[in-house]
Design a protein around this ligand. Structure first.
Ligand code: COI
Length: 413
């Protein structure tokens, strides 16, 4: 059975080159017994690979009782080299689309084959940046089932952003139902346990045509997904940040506290300059005093000193991260003192440990911060003990390895 490495599968994100191996006509119905002895060793079966013409024939999940007390499901996996995935787009089978017509409401969402979408050249999102995105993840448990992490929180945050950008938004129930439907339709793309997660990217866009500056007359809510591994190419190794003095991510009264697409376009220049100089990413300071920590381009930041873990308070310029909020609760439950407040740049340079949090980055330890050419290192070149502990507790809960006493996970199948 041949396995060709296709150039179409070469993907870059923050991570490494991705090679996706695929078969031309048939796809082995892979059971993960190859990577973990805990899966039921079923014989390999064959299924015709998904293509547009076959989308009306859904892939079935066959459930079998395991010869042990734990009920395990055989699950079909897409043909991906799971050990190689970074944080880059891997096209999957379906995307979810729901429209809100002029003066109407969001309704009648459908699953469609994943692919390009048609947009008016004068759509609000293209012309005036009237767009929001979200990010959340689905994890495969050892028993084959799939867990979502706090999807309703993303629905709430999207509604807050929509209010700020004068957009209608799906209800939280619509949002969560749409996420579930999209993940289930693409479940063969949820990586095997320990090999990554399915990143879920909901979008809310002003797709109606406008010319004068005004809210668009029509809107589209769309969800696509992609299997992902580590966000930073460093993986879980500590990242190196540089504090940015010339550019700011957000200003008071602006949109830094919502997940609007423009917040991310505006950090690309500083991020590119930092990467050219060998840094992993940029740490932003507040735009008024140029003294207090805000966040990194794509994640929140935490500072550890003794038994206290501090993070910049949410005051409109910082994204209210769901991982941020979860880490605060986990840290409190572990007995740390947690403070949300102003954190000066001097304080971070004197910290014991620094780490970042976000859906994409999860918990990412910081190995060094450079400020005005002075580099301060943390963790002695390794992962700090507090970062490691918080990472382990959170990810074990997200992956269903540890009991979810917080009630944060939602099991799909
Ligand atoms: C996420 O963490 O999900 C984000 O939205 C950050 C993005 C820049 C990858």
């Amino acid at each position: 059975m041949g396995c060709a490495f296709a150039s179409a599968g070469v993907i870059h994100g923050g991570g490494a080159l991705l090679s996706r191996c695929h078969f031309d006509r048939i796809t082995a119905r892979r059971l993960s017994s190859c990577s973990s002895p805990s899966f039921i060793p079923l014989k390999v079966q064959y299924a015709v690979r998904a293509s547009r013409s076959l989308l009306s024939v859904p892939y079935g999940i066959r459930c079998e009782a395991a010869p042990s007390t734990v009920s395990r499901q055989a699950f079909e996996l897409a043909d991906v080299c799971w050990d190689d995935i970074g944080f880059g787009i891997i096209p999957t089978d379906y995307m979810y689309v729901m429209r809100c017509p002029r003066d109407g409401e969001f309704s009648n969402g459908t699953l469609e084959p994943y692919g390009n979408i048609e947009l008016s050249p004068s759509s609000g999102v293209l012309n005036y940046g009237q767009g929001l995105f979200e990010g959340l993840k689905a994890y495969r448990k050892e028993d084959g089932s799939i867990l979502l992490f706090r999807p309703e929180e993303n629905g709430v945050r999207m509604r807050m952003g929509a209010e700020r950008l004068c957009m209608p938004a799906p209800t939280i129930e619509q949002f969560v139902d749409a996420v579930k439907a999209t993940v289930l339709a693409n479940k063969r793309w949820v990586p095997p346990p320990g090999k990554g997660s399915l990143y879920i990217r909901p979008l809310l866009m002003g797709t109606g045509a406008v010319l004068g500056l005004a809210p668009a007359p029509e809107y589209t809510f769309l969800i696509y997904v992609s299997p992902v591994g580590n966000y930073f190419k460093e993986g879980l190794a500590p990242i190196n940040l540089v504090i940015q003095n010339d550019y700011h991510r957000a200003t008071p009264g602006g949109t830094g506290g919502i997940k609007t697409i423009g917040n991310y376009a505006s950090v690309l220049k500083a991020q590119s300059e930092a990467k050219e100089k060998g840094y992993s990413d940029v740490l932003y300071l507040d735009s008024v005093h140029k003294k207090y920590l805000e966040e990194v381009s794509s994640c929140n930041v935490f500072v550890v000193k003794d038994n206290t873990i501090s993070t910049p308070a949410i005051r409109g310029t910082i994204l209210p991260g769901i991982t941020r909020k979860s880490i605060i609760d986990v840290a409190v439950s572990l007995g740390f003192q947690v403070e949300e407040r102003l954190i000066s740049v001097e304080e971070v340079l004197d910290a014991d440990e620094v780490f970042c949090t976000g859906t994409a980055v999860v918990v990412s330890p910081v190995g060094s911060i450079t400020y005005h050419g002075k580099r301060v290192s943390y963790g002695g070149g390794g992962v700090g003990a507090v970062s490691q502990q918080l990472y382990s507790v959170l990810t074990r809960l997200q992956m269903g390895i540890a009991e979810d006493k917080m009630g944060w996970t939602l099991q799909l199948c």
